[in-house]
Write a protein that binds this ligand. Structure first.
Ligand code: UDP
Length: 241
C-alpha cells in the first residue's frame, strides 16, 4: 500500500494518478468489497465534525487527494504529496481501462436522466465499455432494496456513486457487503460533468488551482460552501506541530 498522510485526522494516500489507478485495479482483482474516496478540502472539513464520515474515510481502502487544498495541506504539514488526483480524472482513467479488462461499470446517482446521458457519453469515449446499469440518486428508504438488488444483479466491478458528500460515502459504507461490488467510488458531480449538465473548469483554471472558484461561479448555490476553504486553511495551519 502507499504511504498515508494525516490531514485533520483523515489519512489520505500520497499517490500519483498512475498509482491510484494501479491500486484500484488491484482492489478489483482482489474482489473484496472496497471503498475509494476522493478527499477535497470540503470533505476533510466535514470529517472534523462528522464522526461517521471520519470513520468511513479512515476505513476506506483508498483515499485520493482530490483538490488543490488537499495537496497544499499535505505540503504545509511537511508531507510528500506528489500530485492532485481529481475524482473526475480518476474515473476517466478507469473507464478508459475497463473495456481492455472486461470490467463492468454501474452509474448510480444524480438527477433523472443524467446517469443515462453519462452512459451514452462513456460509450462514445470508450468503445466497448460495459455500463451494466444506471439509476438516479433521488430515492426514499422504501426504494433501497430495489436499488441494491439492481446493483447486485448487474454484477458490476466498479460502482460510481454520485449522491454528493457525505451521502454517497455513508450509503456505500452501509451497503458495502450486500452490494458485493469490488470497488465503489463516491464521485460527487462526475456524472453531471460527463452528461454535459455541468461544465468542468478550463485547464488553465485547474492549473491555477482555481477549480473551486469556477464551480462557485457556475453554481452560485454552492457559493456558501466556499467558507469551508479559508476555515480549512486555518485549521490545517493550527494543527501543524
Ligand atoms: N445527488 C443525488 N442524490 C441526492 C443529492 C444529490 O443524486 O440525494 C447528486 C446531485 O444531483 C449531484 C451530486 O449528487 O449530481 C452531487 O454533486 P456535487 O458536485 O454537489 O458533489 P459534492 O461536491 O457534494 O461531492
Amino acid at each position: 500500500m502507499s504511504e498515508r498522510v494525516e490531514i485533520l485526522g483523515v489519512k489520505v494516500d500520497a499517490v500519483t494518478m498512475a498509482q491510484a489507478v494501479a491500486l484500484v485495479e488491484e482492489l478489483i482483482t482482489a474482489r473484496k468489497p472496497s471503498i475509494v474516496a476522493t478527499a477535497n478540502a470540503e470533505m476533510l472539513m466535514r470529517a472534523t465534525h462528522d464522526e461517521e464520515l471520519h470513520q468511513i474515510l479512515n476505513a476506506a481502502e483508498l483515499v485520493v487527494p482530490d483538490g488543490a487544498g488537499t495537496v497544499w495541506a499535505a505540503h504545509h504539514l511537511g508531507y510528500e504529496m506528489p500530485e492532485r488526483v481529481a475524482g473526475y480524472d480518476l474515473v476517466q482513467e478507469l473507464l478508459k481501462l475497463a473495456p481492455k479488462k472486461s470490467q463492468r461499470i454501474f452509474f448510480f446517482g444524480s438527477a433523472t436522466g443524467i446517469a443515462d446521458r453519462a452512459k451514452a457519453k462513456a460509450e462514445t469515449l470508450y468503445p466497448g465499455i460495459e455500463i451494466v446499469g444506471t439509476r438516479n440518486g433521488f430515492f426514499t428508504a422504501a426504494d433501497e432494496p430495489e436499488i441494491i438488488a439492481q446493483i447486485q444483479n448487474s454484477r458490476a466491478d466498479i460502482l460510481l456513486a454520485a449522491l454528493g458528500v457525505p451521502k454517497q460515502e455513508k450509503w456505500l459504507a452501509a451497503h458495502k457487503s450486500e452490494l458485493n461490488v469490488p470497488v465503489s467510488i463516491g464521485v460527487g458531480g462526475t456524472l453531471d460533468v460527463m452528461a454535459g449538465a455541468v461544465r468542468r473548469a478550463p485547464k488553465w483554471m485547474q492549473r491555477a488551482k482555481l477549480e473551486w472558484l469556477f464551480r462557485a461561479m457556475l453554481q452560485p448555490s454552492r457559493a456558501g460552501r466556499l467558507i469551508a476553504l479559508p476555515k480549512f486553511v486555518l485549521k490545517v495551519h493550527a494543527s501543524k506541530k
